[in-house]
Design a protein around this ligand. Structure first.
Ligand SMILES: [Zn+2]
Length: 458
């Protein structure tokens, strides 16, 4: 009898049983989209094995599909962002935290392939903005010979030594920042940016150590044939291979950064630090002062992922002035409304309710940790996210609350506990799930279909 080599689980939680019968003992629950290797076929059941999802068993054929799903993994990287996206066209990575965990997670997930001698192909590696908690952990992937990266995408903003970055005067003296009149207001703009790998590498002497190390690793990876290209993105650019949803594909739409133009070149509106305003330190100009960290956060690459009926927003570390800038930039359009959002800036208090209202998702994931002195996520941010979400039962996930599995780290007595928030879509059904901290038999998952109707309300 002929049967497919593999299928995908196609229910919110798909049940694998001991025998090919409806009432047979349950051996495992696997999430929507889980890869199932087909070993045998009997009547209306397949016998299947999982790759990394626990015991195999018999699954009803009606609970499976042969079409490739979308899987998004919001990986707990401590304070930071690290999102792995598996699409029918291949792997997309959006940020990779600061430490070793994101890379360790990828090696764990793809170990059956790596062990087989396969090279793991990353189609797109997006660095939302050049802060360590977003890009530093990606360096390990560039250095790993088991991985190959087709393209790195970045927002083009440079890092400078702290003494330069922290001083508006020095930034102006060095020509990185200029003053210009825009729509009758004087504002500061960052005019210095870089595009490709050759340019980044040529400027490495200007960079602080982490940034230099990253681009040096990228150059070595490219020289070894493991990195194909580096490109700067602005709103409206497309990402090769991800330009359409037709044929069951995933599409990536770049919504930000949205630079102004000065002398026909991109100029990034400088954003100020709202904390300084609260302290009474008013910026010199009515609109914006200048904080390099707020400017590079605020010009994060913002990506909208589309798959079947579903949309996901990945908003980097946008802040209040950046969200206002984007609202103004898009005017009457609202490209930010989605089903699921990765919360901007780890649930910082530096958010605007007006922007949250535009996103208005069914579910939000906050990616944050305790390993830095930030108070992320703040109580007002969690409250406002829920308030401005859609429906009476919106979902707010947190990688910190999802901490349920541990990876022992050599040299430490205690295991480190990490979380993972899962998004799965088959194009029509969208499931969000986190693993339960204690498993009782096959009761592994805390899972929700979107829009969520409630556990007890039907
Ligand atoms: Zn961040």
């Amino acid at each position: 009898m002929s049967f497919p080599e593999f299928v995908y689980a196609n229910r919110q939680e798909t049940i694998l049983r001991q025998d090919p019968k409806a009432k047979a003992k349950e051996l495992n629950h696997v999430l929507l989209g889980t890869y199932l290797e087909v070993l045998d076929s009997k009547g209306s059941y397949y016998q299947v094995a999982t790759r990394r999802a626990g015991p195999g068993g018999w699954v009803a054929k009606a609970d499976t599909t042969e079409s490739t799903p979308l899987k998004v993994f919001f990986v707990d990287v401590g304070q930071g962002d690290g999102t792995l996206i598996e699409t029918p066209q291949g792997i997309v990575i959006i940020d990779g935290g600061m430490g070793a965990h994101f890379h360790a997670f990828l090696r764990h997930r793809y170990w059956p392939l790596i062990e087989n001698g396969e090279i793991i192909e990353v189609k797109a590696m997006v660095i939302s903005h050049p802060d360590g908690d977003h890009y530093k952990g990606l360096q390990r992937i560039l250095e790993d010979e088991d991985f190959r990266v087709d393209a790195i995408y970045h927002n083009g903003l440079m890092r400078y030594p702290k003494s330069t970055e922290d001083s508006r005067r020095r930034m102006i003296e060095k020509g990185h920042v200029v003053e210009a009149d825009v729509d009758g207001d004087t504002a500061y703009f960052v005019v210095d940016h870089f595009d490709g790998l050759a340019e980044a590498f040529a400027r490495k002497a200007e960079m602080p150590s982490w940034f230099k190390q990253f681009w040096t690793a990228a150059k070595e990876s490219a020289d070894a044939g493991r990195l194909n290209s580096v490109q700067r993105l602005v709103a409206g650019d497309s990402i090769a291979g991800f330009t359409t949803t037709s044929g069951g594909k995933a599409k990536l739409v770049v919504l930000a950064p949205a630079p102004h133009q000065i002398d026909d070149a991109d100029a990034f509106l400088a954003f100020d630090d709202p904390k300084k305003r609260a302290d009474g330190d008013e910026p010199d100009y009515p609109d914006y002062g200048y904080s390099h960290s707020h400017t590079r956060n605020g010009h994060s690459i913002v990506v909208r992922l589309e798959f079947g009926d579903h949309k996901l927003l990945l908003g980097g570390d946008l802040n209040i002035p950046a969200e206002r800038h984007l609202i103004e930039h898009y005017g009457t359009q609202n490209p930010f409304r989605v089903d699921v959002a990765k919360c901007c800036h780890h649930g910082s208090a530096d958010f605007s309710p007006e922007f949250l209202k535009r996103v208005s998702p069914h579910a939000t994931t906050i990616s944050s940790g305790d390993n830095k002195s930030f108070d992320h996520p703040t109580a007002d941010s969690v409250g406002a996210i829920a308030r401005h979400s859609r429906g009476d039962l919106p979902l707010v996930f947190s990688t910190e609350l999802a901490r349920a599995y541990s990876i022992s780290s050599a040299g430490h007595v205690n295991d480190i506990h990490y979380g993972l928030v899962n998004l799965r879509s088959n194009g029509t059904l969208l499931t969000m799930a986190q693993m339960k901290e204690q498993h009782s038999g096959t009761d592994i998952w805390d899972s929700y279909n979107l829009p969520w109707a409630g556990k007890f309300w039907f």
